[in-house]
Design a binder for this molecule. Structure first.
Ligand SMILES: *Cc1c(COP(=O)(O)O)cnc(C)c1O
Length: 384
């Protein structure tokens, strides 16, 4: 046989469609409708135009300047952009988000999108000899890594109100003597646990097993678990530039954790690709982090459009889950999710539908800018 046995365990992720046949308003991949900060484009132009010779050199393998910039942004914003206060260019965290210690660069590991970061995290902390716990409905890449690394999964159904069943998750993790991963806020529901709820979980979890919280969407209104790093040495927080930092095309993701676990993931990286983040991405990421005011503004606008669209869907008779993210998860009696998706597509807009049993009635709607949401409202008016 030409292919390895390992290949049988691969079930690759299916991303939101990126059609080429027609220009659609794209609200299907939770991308940000706003461009990156002008500081980012300027920094990129400067790098290319003023110092093109740098393109001949390998980038900094440890992304030191980027990590310092990420730590700085987290300290200034508290890790939840949409609630941070802006006063001119000065940004400060909302009182409830203030991190009670200083995040330092040695607490950051970054990679080529949080998808790659997650892959290394799975490799570093989960084992093929014991199951890890995750919610039944959560980021659909986790099962893909489980197949890739041959790690058995223990998927825990959500509660009737679509929230995480934290008690059952903990009980199973204990029985499995294994780790836990979930997205907070969760995807594709948009619901989050409070920091106190996660603290309670961590208090009752085995401190010798890994506890991973994926905060891809936290900037739009969740509660970050970064403050819990002071209390729990088994906590790894995964974050991304793709959603709230308007940079899905850049591929930048990172973890925040204690330096020891950061070193562990760095060891995995250095065993696969010493230079996962190219020089341009390092320059862009750094410039973004030093302009938090711009991204705070973007996140506030997205959160505002989200809440308006939530009210609109409710007025149209939809069941909508209250979201802390840049998307809404909604369904309507008598309208199949697949049909909503198709009809909206005929109107020139893409939203996401999952064929997954249990959530096939729903559509997931990424929040765009005011114009995009106006077009989507018009499409929904037509189909309802
Ligand atoms: C989008 C998303 C990611 C992946 O982000 P990238 O940095 O673009 O790879 C990770 N986790 C969750 C829950 C996401 O929704």
């Amino acid at each position: 046989m030409i292919i390895s046995n390992r290949m049988k365990g691969l079930h690759p992720y299916v991303p939101g469609e990126q059609p080429k046949d027609r220009i659609y308003i794209k609200l299907n991949a939770n991308e940000n409708p706003y461009p990156p900060s002008k500081k980012v484009t300027e920094a990129l132009m400067d790098f290319i135009q003023k110092e093109p010779i740098k393109m001949t050199l390998y980038p900094d393998p440890d992304s030191n300047e980027l990590h310092a910039a990420i730590a700085d942004m987290l300290n200034k914003t508290g890790g939840v952009l949409c609630r941070a206060n802006i006063d001119g260019q000065k940004v400060s965290p909302a009182p409830q988000d203030k991190i009670p210690f200083t995040v330092t660069p040695d607490m950051i590991y970054s990679g080529n999108g949080s998808d790659e970061v997650l892959s290394f995290v799975f490799y570093a902390f989960f084992d093929s000899s014991k199951k890890f716990v995750m919610p039944e409905h959560t980021y659909s890449f986790y099962p893909v890594y489980a197949g890739y690394y041959d790690i058995p999964m223990d998927r825990i159904p959500l509660k009737a109100d679509w929230s995480l069943d934290t008690e059952t998750m903990l009980n199973h993790a204990k029985d499995n003597k294994g780790g836990i991963i979930f997205a907070n806020p969760n995807a594709p529901t948009g619901l989050g646990l409070t920091r106190d709820q996660v603290r309670q979980m961590l208090k009752n979890a085995n401190p010798d097993e890994i506890f991973i919280v994926d905060e891809a969407y936290v900037d739009f209104g969740g509660e970050s678990c970064i403050p819990l790093l002071a209390e729990f040495k088994n906590l790894v927080i995964v974050r991304t530039f793709s959603k709230s930092l308007c940079s899905a095309g850049m591929r930048l993701g990172y973890i925040v954790s204690n330096p020891e676990l950061v070193n562990t993931v760095t060891t995995v990286k250095n065993s696969v690709n010493h230079f996962p983040i190219d020089a341009l991405a390092q320059v862009a990421g750094k410039a973004a982090c030093y302009d938090p005011a711009y991204y705070v503004d973007c996140a506030k606008k997205v959160a505002e459009e989200r809440d308006k669209f939530y009210d609109f869907l409710k007025s149209k008779g939809f069941f909508v889950i209250k979201s802390q993210t840049n998307f809404l998860f909604a369904k309507k009696d008598g309208l199949a999710g697949q049909d909503i998706y198709k009809k909206v597509k005929e109107e020139g807009l893409l939203i996401r539908h999952f064929n997954t049993p249990g959530i096939e009635d729903f559509v997931r709607i990424t929040i765009g800018d005011a114009n995009q949401m106006k077009a989507l409202r018009e499409a929904f008016e037509k189909i309802c």
